[in-house]
Every structure is written in C-alpha cells, then in structure tokens.
Design a protein around this ligand. Structure first.
Ligand code: SF4
Ligand code: SF4
Length: 213
C-alpha cells in the first residue's frame, strides 16, 4: 500500500484561497489509511470551518474514484463532476494527483496528502512501515525476503554496518536492523551462504521512469 498523511489545513487553504467551487476527490485505491468518500466529506467539513476563520465561504462537492492513478477510470468517473469545478483537491497519493493533472489539464489539481512510501502495517490499524523503494532490481531472493534498501537506514547492500545493538538499528533504536532480520531469516532457511554473495552498487537507471508490462 502507498502510505500518505494529510497536509495541514492551512497549507491546503493557501492552495485554494482564490477559488470557491472546489471538488474534493477521494481515492478507493491503495492509499493507506483509506482516503475515500468518507474522508473526502470530512476534509470538506474541516475546510469549510477553517475557511470561515479566514472569512471565506467555499462551495465543496465531494466524490471518490476507484483508482485515481488509472487515467481511463479517472476520466470516465470524474469528467461529469470536474466540469463544474474551478479547482480539485485530490486525496490520492502523488501518482493519482499527477494522473488527474494529466487527464484534466485545464483544471488546477491540488494534493491534499503528503505521500511517504510503499509499506505495510504490522496489524490492522497498526504502525505503517516502509517495505519497498521501487528499486527496479529486486534483491529479496537473496535477502530472506527482507528489503535492505527500504529497511536498512543506510540502504546497505552487503551486510550490516557493525553498529547494530541487540537487533536494533544504530541510527534508530526503535527500528529493527534490517541486516539482523536478513541474517535470522537466512539462518532459518539454512541459506547463510547467500550472505557471501557480493551485490554491486545499484544501477539507478533501473528505478523509476518507464517500464513496459
Ligand atoms: S529490493 Fe528493490 S524492488 Fe525489492 S523490495 Fe527492495 S526496493 Fe523493492
Ligand atoms: S544498524 Fe543495521 S539497519 Fe541500521 S544502518 Fe546498520 S546495517 Fe542498516
């Protein structure tokens, strides 16, 4: 899932200060925590109150889309509603915001979220932690299913830095040392020989930009 947090209301109010008719669009895709219709309605109510403190009356409409990052779905689900809007506030991750900006280039699209990482939660409603940095050359087969790029504070590819203490990272003692986890997993699977394999520096050309599916 893609992990996001709400932007401060004041920042959003600055974006939309010059507009009155604003469409707030939730996303029912993979953002976490969920940012669908209910959250869009709540944001509208909060902004309405916050707007009054600035002597500004907004007219918010709210809707949601199955996946804002799918340009076909975004176009078919949102076109009828976006036509009346002077501006759009998107509750999607940064990918969804960019898709709306591409599909509806004549309407200003503003992010209502900050997008942090691709992650997982330890339990329903629990702590969200980064799990993948989209490096384009997945190493998990050699690391016992633990990503050293996303989960080691230094992104080390060839073993621990030596600063780990009692299984915790030297840079953040609240965080497990990724290389300790890798060691434990490989040991359980009787694959410790994999630690002797050298991983060359990452090829940054493989991450991001474009791929065909
Ligand atoms: S090795 Fe790369 S692709 Fe695999 S989980 Fe880590 S960042 Fe993601
Ligand atoms: S202590 Fe472990 S997780 Fe932290 S930087 Fe060193 S190797 Fe990486």
């Amino acid at each position: 899932m893609i992990v996001t947090t709400p932007k401060p209301l004041d920042e959003i109010l600055d974006y939309i200060a010059q507009y009155t008719n604003i469409l707030i669009v939730g996303c029912d895709g993979c953002t976490q925590p969920p940012r669908g219709l209910r959250e869009a309605k709540t944001l509208g109510q909060l902004l309405e109150l916050a707007g009054k403190l600035r002597n500004k009356d907004f007219n918010f409409k709210v809707t949601t889309a199955a996946k804002q990052c799918d340009n076909y779905l975004a176009a078919s689900m949102l076109k009828p509603q976006i036509n009346d809007a002077e501006a759009v506030l998107s509750l999607a991750c940064g990918i969804g915001v960019q898709t709306l900006a591409e599909v509806f280039p004549d309407v200003p699209i503003f992010p209502a979220q900050n997008t942090h990482f691709m992650g997982a939660e330890d339990r329903e409603g629990g702590i969200l932690e980064e799990r993948c940095a989209g490096c384009g050359d997945c190493l998990l087969a050699a690391t016992g299913g633990i990503c050293p790029i996303a989960r080691c504070s230094k992104g080390l590819l060839n073993g621990a830095c030596g600063g780990s203490k009692e299984g915790k990272c030297e840079l953040n003692p609240e965080r497990d040392c990724a290389w300790c986890l890798i060691y434990e997993n490989l040991k359980k699977q009787d694959k410790l020989q994999l630690l002797k394999e050298f991983h060359p520096p990452r090829d940054y050309q493989l991450s991001g930009w474009r791929v065909t599916t």
